[in-house]
Each structure stands twice: as C-alpha cells, then as structure tokens.
Design a protein around this ligand. Structure first.
Ligand SMILES: [Ca+2]
Ligand SMILES: [Ca+2]
Length: 246
C-alpha cells in the first residue's frame, strides 16, 4: 500500500536536508550488500564517495521523473525508468535500465516516491577489443535494478537549461538523467533511423518516450521538457504531448 503524500512529507524533507548538507559518516548497508547513496554521488565520478562501476547501491526516497511505455520502433523498447532527487538540480537524475518493478502490478508514473537498488554502470558501446566506440561520454545507469513504490508526491518540475549547455560535453554531463526544459529549439531534420531529430544548436530530440507528430526540418519548438540521455551526444526525450510546445 502507498503511504500518503502528507505522511511521507516530513520524512522526505529530512532526507533531502541530509542529502544536501551532510556527507554521511556511516552509511546503511543492508543484508544484500547494498550501500545507500544519493544520486548525486553516483553521477559525480570526482566525488570522494563515488562508489565505482559494479557497486551495488541503494537509493531511498527518489522521485520518478519518466517511465518508458512507448515502443517507438516495435522492437519492445519500453521499460526504462528515470528517477531524481526530490530537490532536482544538476547531477540529481539517473536512468534505471529495464528495472524490475516490485510488486509487478504497480504502474509507475512521474511523482511516485521510490526505493531503488541496482548495480552502477557507465554504459558505452565497445569495439571487439574492448575499447569504447565513443571516447567522449557514457550513460550513467543502474542495471539489474529493482524499484519499489513507497508513496506519491507531485510530479517533479523540470530545470531550465540552455540548448548550448546540452551541446557541450563539459556543461551537459551534469544534466544527464535529469528532467530539464529547453526553450526555442529549431529542428534541422526529422527523426532519423535511430529516432533522433537534430536541432540547429547541436543536440537531438529523441523519440524513446514520445514522438512529435510531423517533426521535420524547420520545426520550431518554443518549449521542450524531457529527460536527458547520452548516446553519441546528448538528447532530450519528451514524455508526451504536454512536454512539447510548438
Ligand atoms: Ca554521468
Ligand atoms: Ca521507448
């Protein structure tokens, strides 16, 4: 059963304050060998508490920002989930790759409060010799993950970022996995065979979660909300028609 929003609010606030202000001196490690982290710690490789690829991690009281229920190419490409820290901001979001939802009858939606466990991974396609095909970036994600709904709150608000910031690896990385809003985009083409439509400013709008009808060269988008992903460049993935203002 879900806890009520009001019931969990003080707990969430306390948790958020602890995340923002304190480096935990001793972390809880559960019986499965998972240690609790904030999403920020998982996304920041320079953080002294970054646990490293392969670590089993536990995230408590995160908020669901997006759920992939859209099979864009008929290939069964659904099931990924994105979560964020309640306060949002840079480094606060992460992708869960095809997590197991517990219990399985739960249909997750933005605003769900969840507890997640999984294995930290930095995904990149590799050549036969093991070298990365893309040396510029990876997609931080949790694999072999499970996600349990423990309550509900308001759907999270996006953070405003500039298209320029997402076009540059150094300034885009903090937003990977986060829910953002970008204003005044112009497409320079429609969706390609990978489901990516390029913008004049050097990013892409991807159709993983929703496809903008009629998108093509010259389409102007006044406001685009979506989660940021990385795969040979940064992309914004709107979640539905309400995320796109033409
Ligand atoms: Ca990352
Ligand atoms: Ca999809």
């Amino acid at each position: 059963m879900s806890r009520s929003f009001l019931g969990i609010l003080p707990f969430l606030a306390a948790s958020l304050a602890a995340t923002a202000c304190d480096a935990p001196s001793s972390r809880r490690t559960d019986g499965a060998g998972e240690t609790e982290y904030s999403i920020v710690q998982l996304q920041t490789v320079t953080d002294p508490d970054y646990p490293g690829v392969g670590a089993r991690v536990l995230i408590r009281d995160a908020i669901v920002t997006a759920v992939d229920t859209y099979d864009e190419d008929g290939g069964g490409h659904i099931g990924n989930v994105w979560i964020a820290e309640p306060g949002g901001g840079a480094w606060s979001g992460v992708q869960l790759f095809n997590p197991v939802v517990v219990p399985s009858r739960v249909r997750l939606a933005p605003g769900d409060i969840v507890e997640v466990s999984g294995t930290l991974d930095e995904f990149v396609l590799r050549n036969d010799d093991g070298t990365p095909m893309d040396r510029d970036g990876t997609e931080t994600e949790l694999v072999d993950a499970s996600i349990q709904k423990i309550g509900e709150t308001l759907p999270p608000a996006p953070t405003d970022v500039r298209e320029n910031d997402l076009a540059d690896l150094r300034t885009a990385e903090p937003w990977e996995g986060c829910l953002v809003r970008v204003q005044n985009l112009t497409l320079t083409g429609g969706y390609n065979r990978y489901g990516e439509a390029p913008t004049a400013g050097g990013i892409e709008v991807a159709n993983d979660l929703y496809e903008i009808p009629g998108a093509g060269a010259g389409t102007t988008i006044r406001s685009l909300t979506g989660v940021v992903t990385y795969f040979f460049g940064f992309k914004v993935m709107p979640r539905g028609p309400e995320d796109v203002e033409l």
